[in-house]
Write a protein that binds this ligand. Structure first.
Ligand code: PLP
Length: 380
């Protein structure tokens, strides 16, 4: 059996090596390393794939969030509503821009921000909501957009973990996550569902003038060459990364299908075991399984992690400390915020290996070992 990894980037690369190598070599030979034609052609293809009118590439998913908040003109002291149960980048950029993060709880089933908690957190200072489509499952965008419209708030979708996820509105409309809010942001970090060979990111919007603003902020606040209208930053997607992404985008749907097949295998193996809650499958979206994350009931999660490690099975805790309990936010006194679902999940979640190249034999071994541990160590 091949060694089990959380993500097997080598094997994924091997399968498309000729196309990738040719695409990268073309960039190297052209020496158009910055803003070469592949940046535009990839961006156009991603815009077609996601159905977003404008896709603006940038250097990484954290920059994408930051540039989105800058382009919307958010000002010091403005409140931004965000889940605490997310990767730190989502919340960090809020504080970096001297905005105030307002942490709210998540839904225990979807792991995503809870609309009812958003409504309770709105004040006259609230300017934006940042839902995160965590682990590849969409937040409740229908409710979130209603709340945002009623209170005239911007919505920045952190779509770093859910690129390609279809969201179904109750009126039958289908949209990709990231194309629903005011701005969608994503990351092309190598282990993401659409990953490049380094760092990369993008923003999407339907709004023409906002697209201009995003481009301007990402490019030194420049409206035309050497004329700088606003304070911006330097955040670009390298041509080599765009070339890699252009090849990989062709495979994204097949990658998503492979991830969903792994999830189906896990779901079936764990069905009927009350100690294990498998990921919720919402009827309002098609989960793209960036992560396959279990909730353990009456079983020591950390001991399971160690047991699996003894058998050379990696597993991860995403995330061991929620944002509102991080030292970096202590001046907001955020740890006194009551987020019972977030705290509850933080103690109980564990993510199993999930990638596009998993083999049946590996899946069987992983599920056998998980079940073996559960049977031996049920404590409650
Ligand atoms: C990966 C990730 C980011 C940041 O992306 P980078 O490209 O690493 O900067 C932001 N938000 C979430 C939810 C992520 O998973």
């Amino acid at each position: 059996m091949r060694p089990i990894q959380m993500v097997d980037l080598k094997l994924q690369y091997q399968k498309i090596k000729p196309q990738i190598d040719e695409a990268v070599l073309q960039v190297v030979e052209s020496c158009a390393f910055i803003n070469g034609p592949q940046v535009q052609s990839f961006t156009t293809k991603l815009s077609e794939y996601t159905g977003s009118k404008h896709v603006i590439p940038c250097a990484n998913g954290t920059d994408a969030l930051q540039i989105a908040m800058m382009a919307l003109g958010l000002q010091e002291g403005d409140e931004v509503i965000t889940p605490s149960f997310t990767y730190i980048a989502t919340t960090e950029v809020i504080a970096l821009l001297k905005l105030t993060p307002v942490f709210v709880d998540v839904d225990a089933q979807t792991f995503c921000i809870n609309p009812a908690d958003i409504e309770r957190a709105i004040t006259p200072k609230t300017k934006a909501i940042v839902p995160v489509h965590l682990y590849g499952q969409a937040a409740n965008m229908e409710e979130i957009m209603k709340i945002a419209e009623a209170h005239k708030l911007y919505v920045i979708e952190d779509n770093a973990q859910a690129i390609g996820c279809d969201y179904y509105f109750s009126n039958g409309t289908v949209k990709k996550t990231g194309s629903i809010g005011t701005i969608g942001t994503t990351s092309f970090f190598p282990s993401k569902n659409l990953g490049c060979f380094g760092d990369g990111g993008a923003m999407m919007t339907e709004d023409d003038s906002l697209a201009d603003q995003l481009k301007m902020v990402a490019n030194h606040g420049q409206s035309k060459r050497y004329y700088h209208d606003v304070v911006g930053c330097n955040s670009r997607l390298d041509t080599i990364q765009a070339a890699v992404l252009e090849v990989k985008l062709e495979h994204l749907d097949e990658y998503i299908a492979a991830r969903r097949a792994v999830a189906d295998y896990y779901d079936a193996a764990f069905a009927g075991h009350s100690e294990i809650t498998t990921p919720f499958r919402s009827s309002s979206c098609k989960h793209v399984f960036h992560q396959y994350t279990l909730i353990l009931n009456g079983v020591d999660r950390n001991k399971l992690h160690d047991y699996l490690a003894e058998h050379k099975i990696p597993s991860m805790i995403y995330y061991p400390v929620p944002a509102h309990r991080q030292k970096m936010f202590s001046h907001f006194n955020s740890s006194s915020t009551e987020l019972p679902v977030t705290d509850w999940l933080t103690e109980r979640v564990i993510s199993l290996p999930m990638h596009t190249e998993m083999e049946q034999e590996q899946l069987q071994f992983i599920t056998d070992k998980v079940l073996e541990f559960i049977t031996l160590n049920h404590t409650v």
